[in-house]
Design a protein around this ligand. Structure first.
Ligand SMILES: NC(=O)c1ccc[n+]([C@@H]2O[C@H](COP(=O)([O-])OP(=O)(O)OC[C@H]3O[C@@H](n4cnc5c(N)ncnc54)[C@H](OP(=O)(O)O)[C@@H]3O)[C@@H](O)[C@H]2O)c1
Length: 307
């Protein structure tokens, strides 16, 4: 294990964070704050780290110090931007594995990306692979940021229907969707998916507990996307032959390919080959964690929210 002084914590849109109540956290010992970057203060004898090393880590970000398994850490460049390195740890790596390994994107593909922080990496990775990218945003303020990342067709789903845009402008259909919102956006990509298309179910933030209503996706034959597809990590075949992939990490853990994706991502980040889009609103200290989470859940972030 490694004891880390936290420099930056990432605010993660992930289901686990928002389904954890205080009671559940106490019962399970789950540490809030999915990810971060910090400096090693002490390391166990078998941990390959020494005091003073800068690492990115998983778990316990909303604390001044966190103790995590050494295997959940990776050394990062001490001269790099710690907020950007935090964004890469889960938001970036999820996209890198999903689009590079689980449902590889190839040149000429039409790729749809929803949601902001992890989506900002997905957009760049899909563009680098030669895809044409359709990206959804929930506010006018995010349109320019999406364009700057390279999104070919940005649409604000509050003013335009993704289903209509795909049907009219991409009649050949969607090859890959990197979908983390759910509801109507999920329904739209499924309705416009090629027979060999794949929908990566990254999450479904529109139905997490902070929402008063759970929008339904309306996809024939598919039940609750979190309970039936995402949590069991199931792959579901759609009537047209396309697939919903509940486990976007695929076999990356069991086959051991994960470290290579992680190292490549951090190398690309350090070299400026990929950008980490970090939200500009400043939150500082553990006491501001609730405000940072609320900011993200209200959709006010443009890119990764950090603390
Ligand atoms: N499977 C994994 O390992 C993994 C890893 C990272 C993230 N995720 C998933 O990816 C999705 C995005 O997470 P993130 O960390 O990248 O978050 P994020 O994009 O930083 O923040 C959430 C964004 O989702 C959009 N959104 C749409 N409907 C929303 C709603 N009802 N409530 C709140 N936000 C809504 C908002 O952007 P707009 O205003 O533009 O709509 C908001 O800014 C989540 O579903 C999360 O569970 C999964």
């Amino acid at each position: 294990e490694v004891l880390i002084r936290v420099m930056v914590a990432g605010v993660n849109g992930g289901a686990d964070t928002f389904s954890v109540t205080r009671a559940a956290a106490e019962a399970t010992g789950i540490k809030l704050g999915a990810e971060g970057v910090g400096v090693v203060v002490a390391a166990g004898a078998e941990a390959d780290y020494a005091a003073g090393d800068r690492v990115a880590f998983i778990g316990g970000g909303y604390s001044e110090y966190t103790r995590v398994k050494a295997r959940l850490c990776n050394a990062v460049d001490e001269g790099g931007d710690a907020a950007e390195q935090t964004a890469a740890r889960v938001s970036g790596l999820t996209a890198a594995v999903a689009l590079g390994h689980t449902a590889p994107v190839t040149s000429g593909d039409v790729v749809v990306v929803t949601a902001c922080a992890t989506g900002s990496f997905a957009v760049q990775l899909a563009k680098a692979a030669g895809a044409s990218v359709v990206g959804t945003v929930g506010s006018a303020a995010k349109v320019d940021a999406a364009k700057q990342l390279g999104v070919d067709r940005v649409l604000n789903y509050r003013h335009e229907s993704l289903a209509d845009v795909l049907a009219a402008e991409y009649p050949g259909g969607v090859d890959v969707a990197y979908e983390g919102v759910g509801g109507a956006l999920l329904g739209a990509v499924c309705a416009n998916l090629k027979p060999e298309g794949r929908v990566l179910i990254v999450g479904s933030i529109s139905q997490y507990p902070h929402n008063d209503e759970t929008p339904h996706h309306g996809v024939e034959g598919v039940g609750d996307i979190m309970d039936d597809v995402f949590r069991p990590g199931r792959t579901v075949e759609l009537p047209n032959g396309g697939r919903l992939i509940g486990n976007v990490w695929g076999d990356a853990f069991s086959t051991g390919v994960l470290p290579a994706f992680r190292d490549r991502l951090y190398a690309d980040l350090a070299a400026g080959e990929i950008r980490a889009l970090v939200d500009g609103t400043r939150f500082c200290g553990v006491s501001e964690a609730p405000a940072a989470v609320a900011h993200m859940l209200a959709g006010r972030n443009t890119g990764k929210t950090v603390l």
